[in-house]
Design a binder for this molecule. Structure first.
Ligand SMILES: NC(=O)C1=CN([C@@H]2O[C@H](COP(=O)(O)OP(=O)(O)OC[C@H]3O[C@@H](n4cnc5c(N)ncnc54)[C@H](O)[C@@H]3O)[C@@H](O)[C@H]2O)[C@@H](O)CC1
Ligand SMILES: Nc1ncnc2c1ncn2[C@@H]1O[C@H](COP(=O)(O)OP(=O)(O)O)[C@@H](O)[C@H]1O
Ligand SMILES: [K+]
Length: 502
């Protein structure tokens, strides 16, 4: 089972507000102190960064997000770094903690390094600034940006200066990652007390720059209701293959895959699983395709079913396939390149209810499953479904139009059907039978070339065959690809190909 560490918990705006509220009301820790810790933590990160810090421009809203920015300004002032503060909504209606921080900042300003502008249009752009602090809006954003906020965001994005956002880039929706009219393109985002899930959905990954987590003193028990997490190799252990006493003790994966014209998918999945050090990968194939695999897959055990003229699976193959699966303990990967022939759909839909093994259903395996209205998973077996967005939408009544909707659908579908979903896309989302979701935190667009899905399915199947839990198998499959991607990006200039991820 996956068990994320607290800095990898992802919150909605209302969950964040609830944690703030409980901390303030129940522990006696006040909002001013929380703001101080948030701002100090961001200031320390900035002081340790390679940004040239001599004079910053601070874009401040009237809420607590602006207050965070003023705490940063005060700590940088202590390091003799000047600040120009622009209050987009003036200084008459600041939140109480922001107001107090403005007064404190002025008290600290012995050498007149602070300038305050009460509105956007009074700002005189004559100074030389070397960084921008975005403290306009955080979790309090509740409508599209307009007027001066819109102008300030466009202005900040046009400057050739590093931008650091307090909590969330202004204009990014904290829950959905959608752009609210316009959005700050940050180089750094300081996530206070918990990362907001919108940082990782939809446009979020393209707006935040590096996200730096800043701890706040919230009791851990207040975070217990969190059900969305960020996948990260810092807390997901990738199990090393260990030699077994004999080949079948290191895990067996039965691969039911391939059809005429689509043997490449079966081969990629087989090689990918084999590369994970399994004892055996057993490819079950229609007999007519055996000569192709004999040449292409020398290390893989092949078990052919049917006649020499068969180049796709048919219902007649069912008894033979079930007999093969009886031979050894193991998991099943069904689908890569299996095709959509009517006979194959019929084969799959008769096979699945009789197959007691833990099973990954991928590609056209999912297509067949979606044709079968009353499908049910056999009791006791665990299923992982690995749909890309088109495949996922076949299980939904309504089109899935946004990542927030996809997250919601994946969570409900996997818990209602008691299975695990690996929803491919940017981000990749794992949904578990207990209603938890895990989001990827890297550029999955590198995997959007035909064949990467087969490689991923092979890795997920290999982990399942080694006995890992379904959610951990999905995480392991994804992160093995990420590890290869990181290696590739630092060592090569061209675009990686699917086989580079094997
Ligand atoms: N105790 C706390 O609550 C803490 C809050 N923190 C900071 O406080 C932020 C949340 O503070 P607030 O709840 O005050 O909210 P914000 O500071 O995000 O903004 C709220 C204000 O913006 C206005 N607003 C909303 N949408 C707007 C739009 N489209 N255009 C213009 N104005 C708009 C609202 O009317 C409200 O006055 C967090 O994101 C974080 O940065 C941190 O200081 C840590 C502790
Ligand atoms: N290691 C990985 N990490 C994240 N996403 C991945 C990884 N490998 C594959 N993917 C996802 O799988 C998708 C490719 O799968 P798919 O569309 O089914 O293609 P195919 O079956 O043609 O290979 C990619 O666009 C990406 O979203
Ligand atoms: K902000």
């Amino acid at each position: 089972m996956l068990n994320a560490t607290l800095p990898h918990y992802l919150f909605t705006a209302s969950q964040s507000r609830e944690i703030d509220r409980r901390t303030i009301e129940e522990t006696g820790m006040d909002g001013f102190t929380l703001m101080e810790i948030a701002g100090l933590s961001a200031a320390k990160h900035l002081l340790g960064s390679d940004i040239n810090l001599s004079h910053g421009v601070y874009l401040c809203g009237k809420g607590n997000n602006g207050g965070d920015a003023m705490v940063v300004a005060r700590y940088l002032l202590q390091n003799e770094i000047a600040a120009t503060l622009v209050f987009l909504s003036g200084t008459d209606n600041l939140s109480p903690d922001a107001q107090r921080n403005l007064e404190l900042l002025q008290q600290f300003d012995d050498h007149h390094r602070i300038e305050v502008y009460e509105s956007w249009d009074t700002l005189e752009q004559t100074e030389h600034w070397d960084f921008i602090i975005d403290g306009m809006l955080g979790t309090g954003l509740d409508s599209n940006l307009r007027g001066d906020y819109l102008e300030a965001v466009h202005w900040a994005n046009e400057q050739d200066l590093p931008v650091a956002s307090m909590d969330i880039p202004t204009g990014l929706h904290a829950d959905t990652g959608q752009l609210m009219g316009a959005c700050i393109e940050a180089d750094y985002t300081f996530a206070f007390g918990g990362r907001k899930q919108g940082l990782y959905l939809e446009e979020g990954p393209f707006q935040t720059g590096s996200v730096l987590y800043c701890e706040l003193p919230f009791p851990n028990s207040y975070k217990a209701r969190c059900d969305t997490f960020l996948l990260d190799e810092s807390w997901v252990s990738l199990e090393q293959a260990r030699p077994g006493r004999h080949k079948y003790a290191s895990g067996v994966l039965y691969l039911i895959a391939g059809s005429e014209g689509l043997t490449g998918a079966a081969m990629l999945a087989a090689r990918s699983a084999w590369a994970e050090g399994l004892g055996a990968v057993i490819l079950v194939c229609p007999r007519g395709l055996l000569p192709v695999y004999e040449i292409g897959l020398p290390s893989i055990i092949k078990k052919a079913v049917g006649n020499k003229s068969d180049d796709f699976f048919k219902p007649d193959h069912l008894p033979e396939v079930l007999d093969i699966l009886e031979e050894k303990e193991g998991a099943v990967l069904l689908g890569p390149g299996i095709g959509r022939q009517d006979d194959t759909v019929a084969f799959i839909n008769r096979f699945l209810p009789r197959n007691p093994r833990n099973t990954v259903i991928d590609a056209d395996g999912l297509w067949a499953l979606a044709q079968w209205e009353q499908w049910e998973k056999p009791r006791g077996s665990q299923w992982i479904l690995t749909p890309h967005p088109g495949e996922l939408s076949r299980f939904s009544d309504k089109p899935i139009k946004s990542d927030a909707h996809r997250l919601h659908f994946v969570r409900n579908f996997s818990s209602r059907r008691q299975l695990t979903i690996l929803s491919k896309g940017m981000p990749g989302i794992i949904g578990t039978s207990s209603g938890e979701c895990y989001l990827t935190n890297y550029d999955t667009r590198y995997f959007s070339r035909a064949g990467s899905g087969d490689v991923l399915a092979g890795k997920v199947g290999a982990s399942l065959a080694r006995g890992r839990a379904p959610d951990a198998s999905c995480a392991e499959g994804l992160l093995r690809g990420k590890k290869k991607l990181d290696h590739y990006l630092t060592n090569a200039d061209d675009l990686p190909e699917p086989r580079d991820f094997i």
